[in-house]
Ligand binder design. Structure first.
Ligand code: A2P
Length: 340
């Protein structure tokens, strides 16, 4: 990376992803000249640490982006819709973690291991979208296979952690679990049903076709990132009582035959992937191992014996890191290095 340093803003700095964005900037030694931590008026006066300094959280306003080079947004879709164009018009490039801009034809949707070249299109609107967490880990694992032998169809079921919903959901799982093991009444505010000791086949809102919005994101975003509108994706997205780390059961039908051992060999060398597949020793990807690190873990790789060209696998990654903050900071690194 060049010697240049950048003025950064993090919008949604007090949230689960925003906090991790600050941490990733530090961990990856991003060349930060200054950093502004933005949230709602409720958080004004709160202090957050960056590299040993205690910085005051400021209210996100239309004036927040003057002099800022890159703004990382994770403050909800409504906030992104309103403030991203304002930030972009101040000359700053927005990397947005919400779903607000992902399917806009003039906004690139980027996973650095898959389509880093798309970042160049940031110039159209000054906005780059960070994909949905479940989509990111799936395309990181599948892209090497797609490049080698083509993918016709993907059938995916997800097992998604509550941290994907934000801080309030982390608290809800904790509080409900504590209440239940103490035989006390529990409250539910975030999810329509109890999440403790339960799985909810319902992430984001239901749409007219009977799918949830999360399920349709997995179809639409996969096609946009892989730049292939012929790939079929059918998803069932499920919230599970896990704090951090999403897992996915993925079945693919490839265009050309590939053996399970060739898939393993491919993924062993794939960027951003860690092959975790040693069933003799009960080793496979676990959400507990995926949490707290940046690689997408892939294992349980085996032939789908019901069709000629099918592969099954199990994928796990940290939804707050690679599924959100790390991916956004990786995009910022390429942007800073190649374009700014
Ligand atoms: P705040 O903490 O002040 O509410 P999470 O997804 O973990 O719940 O985090 C959401 C993040 O988005 C928080 O930092 C939250 O700030 C921020 N946020 C939510 N609504 C707004 C808003 N209207 N303006 C600015 N920041 C917002």
């Amino acid at each position: 990376m060049s010697e240049k340093k950048f003025n950064i803003a993090v919008a949604g700095a007090t949230g689960a992803v925003g906090n991790q964005m600050i941490e990733c900037l530090k961990e990856r030694n991003f060349p930060v000249k200054s950093i502004k931590l933005l949230a709602s008026s409720r958080s004004v006066g709160r202090k957050l640490r960056f590299k040993g300094d205690a910085l005051s959280v400021e209210e996100l306003t239309e004036e927040s982006f003057k002099g800022v080079d890159i703004a990382l947004f994770s403050a909800g879709g409504g906030t992104s819709l309103k403030f991203s164009p304002i930030a972009a018009s101040s000359g700053c490039v927005v990397i947005d973690n919400s779903s607000a801009w992902r399917m806009d034809a003039d906004v690139p949707l980027v996973v650095p291991e898959v389509n880093p070249h798309a970042i160049a299109d940031y110039k159209k609107k000054g906005i780059i979208a960070n994909p949905n967490c479940s989509t990111i880990q799936m395309v990181v694992a599948l892209n090497p296979i797609r490049k080698k032998c083509g993918i016709k169809r993907i059938v995916v079921s997800t097992y998604q952690a509550v941290s994907g919903t934000g801080k309030k959901a982390i608290d809800e799982l904790f509080d409900q679990t504590r209440a239940m093991i103490n035989f006390l009444d529990y409250k539910k505010n975030v999810y329509p049903h109890r999440i403790a000791f339960n799985c909810l086949p319902h992430i984001d809102v239901f749409l007219d076709n009977g799918y949830t919005k999360e399920e349709m994101k997995m179809l639409n975003e996969t096609r946009k990132i892989m730049e292939d509108n012929t790939i079929g994706v059918t998803a069932t997205t499920v919230r599970v009582p896990v704090f951090f780390g999403h897992a996915e059961s993925v079945n693919i039908e490839t265009q050309e035959y590939i053996s399970a051992s060739d898939v393993k060999a491919l993924l062993e060398k794939a960027p951003g992937v860690k092959l975790v597949d040693d069933i003799k020793n009960n080793i496979y990807p676990l959400q507990t191992d995926a949490a707290g690190q940046d690689l997408t873990m892939v294992g349980r790789i085996r032939q789908d014996e019901s069709i000629p060209n099918g592969i099954n696998m199990w994928i796990a990654a940290d939804n707050i890191r690679k599924g959100a903050a790390t991916n956004a900071v990786q995009i910022a690194e390429i942007l800073a290095d190649k374009y700014l």
